[in-house]
Design a protein around this ligand. Structure first.
Ligand SMILES: Cc1cc2nc3c(=O)[nH]c(=O)nc-3n(C[C@H](O)[C@H](O)[C@H](O)COP(=O)(O)O)c2cc1C
Length: 189
């Protein structure tokens, strides 16, 4: 099957002035060069609009999750966990996540956001997803990118990204085939 896989890149932070934009922009630069994929974005800031207390636009969110075959979650670490905005986004829909693959790119202080990733694995298990073992992680992220948004250790960062991406795509393709052959919703009905 040579069909393109749709990968949704999810912003984990909704903070004003977030570093997430720098990390996502780097990911997108690398992904544009990759064959066989189509990229969409899921951004809690865009889905909520400018008002601080606005609710997330669940209709648009559900459609983007439903249209995707796999996800790359770009998450910082907040107090040894992941951001509340990301949890709100994850919890805003259910079935469209099912039987899809999820990869992680994390960043933060000394832990590189890996504690947030390990918590997210538990959450995504509940949503019937397959999480990819391999991650991309930036510790002390504020010292990892130059002023133009390029990682100082570009070769290592790209190598880690490609390992995660190749495995994410493998699962995305396998699960898409499986979903078509046998609707996941009916498996244990
Ligand atoms: C509320 C808050 C809590 C944080 N807690 C941690 C932490 O527990 N571990 C860590 O490594 N970094 C922590 N950091 C640092 C962030 O991971 C880092 O500032 C990151 O750039 C935040 O992502 P953002 O700018 O995209 O929101 C914290 C930052 C904030 C704002």
């Amino acid at each position: 099957m040579n069909e393109k896989m749709t990968i949704a890149v999810i912003y984990g932070s909704a903070r004003q002035g977030r570093f997430c934009d720098t990390v996502v922009n780097w990911v997108l630069t690398e992904l544009w060069a990759e064959s066989g994929i189509r990229i969409t974005l899921i951004d809690p800031l865009e889905l909520k609009g400018p008002a601080d207390d606005a609710a997330i636009n669940v209709g648009i969110l559900e459609q983007r999750i439903a249209d995707a075959d796999a996800f790359i979650v770009v998450t910082p670490e907040y107090n040894h966990g992941y951001p509340a905005a990301l949890k709100e986004l994850i919890d805003s829909c259910y079935a469209p996540w099912h039987a899809k693959s999820v990869g992680f790119i994390s960043y933060g202080g000394v832990s590189g956001g890996l504690r947030a990733v390990e918590q997210l694995r538990q959450v995504f298990a509940e949503l019937h997803t397959v999480t990819i073992r391999d991650t991309v992680s930036f510790s002390n992220v504020w010292s990892q990118f130059d002023a133009a948004g390029n990682p100082f250790k570009a070769v290592e960062a790209k190598a880690s990204l490609l390992v995660m991406l190749r495995r994410l795509k493998w699962w995305a393709r396998a699960l898409k085939t499986a979903r078509r052959e046998n609707a996941y919703s009916g498996v244990a009905a």
